[in-house]
Design a protein around this ligand. Structure first.
Ligand code: NAI
Length: 332
């Protein structure tokens, strides 16, 4: 049965990778109807709105969104659209699975880490003020309610997926109240899951441990900012941002996007790696009950990467996006 999903095309490499991801899903027999909208900085400049009302109305209806990256101005200008969408639809669980692919050469082997990043509070609430021309304040908010729901999501996932361990990452030695609340909540909820091993780690040590001994990590649960930084670091363990997908889940809505940004440095050159968005689309297909289509696409990605002749430049290849996409479609 065909399913309707909403698609937001964004900025930079966004439109190029979104088009080919839809092409691959169609070729794999996903049987989707798309409601497609331009959103982001370019749309804002052209029509004065970051997200057209019809685009929000579509997501309100379909409850499932495939979103491409969007450019966010630095230091001034509009609030990050990503943050806005996550808040508006209460997409509190940002799930980022990073798995080594044998075909992609890195210094690391057998990485299999799933990061659960809290998506709705922390410094990302954007509560900032200039208290004088020379002093800016940014307020960090951590609540028990939001901590509980992301931590519980991580444990439920661990149980459902047969994972062994959940690590809580924080900085409670310095932010004793806010990060202390997050860490305390973690251990309270951990008591409900005696079959899962738990530990906690300070964010700076975690950064070092991830580089030195990454295989000790299984599921990581952490606050918004730490999750953002760590997941880019973790992407480096498996071959870079071109490979890391994510889902953003709430009770009623689900959004799927690559972890990377709009990559303006390579936009329009036809060399972007669409794999991260494609794997995000596979998470979407799992979510809407089409896991066999998702597995077919994942299989084709693995086959092409393993073959090794066709790789985009971020994976030290020389192929174009088009060549890579054609190779995947041929393998489906
Ligand atoms: P970025 O993730 O766009 O790029 C970082 C580096 O990784 C660049 O060298 C880029 O060429 C490379 N890269 C990223 N994705 C790639 C892909 N699919 N294939 C090949 N290479 C890839 O981060 P950057 O440059 O810091 O941010 C650019 C813009 O993206 C900013 O405006 C930022 O706010 C925005 N951004 C948006 C996100 C989103 O919409 N979810 C997430 C992160 C950043």
């Amino acid at each position: 049965m065909s399913t309707t999903i909403t698609v937001f095309k964004g900025d930079g490499i966004g439109p190029e990778i979104t088009d080919v991801v839809m092409e691959i899903m169609d070729a794999a027999g996903a049987d989707l109807d798309y409601e497609i909208f331009n959103v982001g900085a370019a749309e804002y400049e052209a029509h004065g709105e970051l997200v057209p009302k019809a685009a929000y109305a579509s997501f309100d209806r379909t409850h499932v969104l495939l979103k491409s990256p969007i450019t966010t101005p630095l230091g001034k200008g509009f609030r990050s659209l990503n943050v806005t969408i996550r808040k508006k639809y209460d997409l509190y669980a940002n799930i980022r699975p990073a798995k080594s692919n044998k075909a992609v050469k890195t210094h690391y082997h057998d990485i299999d880490i799933v990061t659960f990043r809290e998506n709705t509070e922390d410094l990302y609430m954007g509560i900032e003020e200039m208290v004088s021309p020379d002093e800016a304040h940014s307020i960090k908010i951590i609540t028990r309610r939001c901590s509980e729901r992301i931590i519980r999501s991580a444990f439920n996932y661990a149980v459902a997926q047969g994972r062994k361990k959940v690590t809580c990452v924080h900085k409670a030695n310095i932010m004793k109240l806010s990060d202390g609340l997050f860490r305390d909540t973690f251990y309270q909820i951990a008591d409900e899951y005696p079959e899962i091993k738990v530990n906690d780690m300070i964010i700076d040590n975690t950064a070092m441990q991830l580089v030195m001994h990454p295989n000790q990590f299984d599921v990581i649960v952490t606050e918004n900012l730490y999750g953002d930084v760590l997941s880019d670091l973790i992407s480096g363990l498996i071959g870079g941002l071109g490979l890391l997908p994510s889902s953003n889940l709430g009770h009623d809505y689900a959004m799927f996007e690559a972890v990377h940004g709009s990559a303006p440095d390579i936009a329009g050159q036809g060399i972007a790696n669409p794999t991260a968005l494609l794997l995000s689309a596979c998470m979407l297909l799992d979510h809407i009950g089409k896991p066999e289509v998702a597995d077919r696409i994942r299989g084709a990605i693995d086959a092409v990467l393993l073959d090794g002749t066709i790789k985009t430049p971020d994976l030290e290849g020389t192929s174009t996006t088009r060549e890579y996409v054609d190779a995947i479609i041929a393998r489906l």
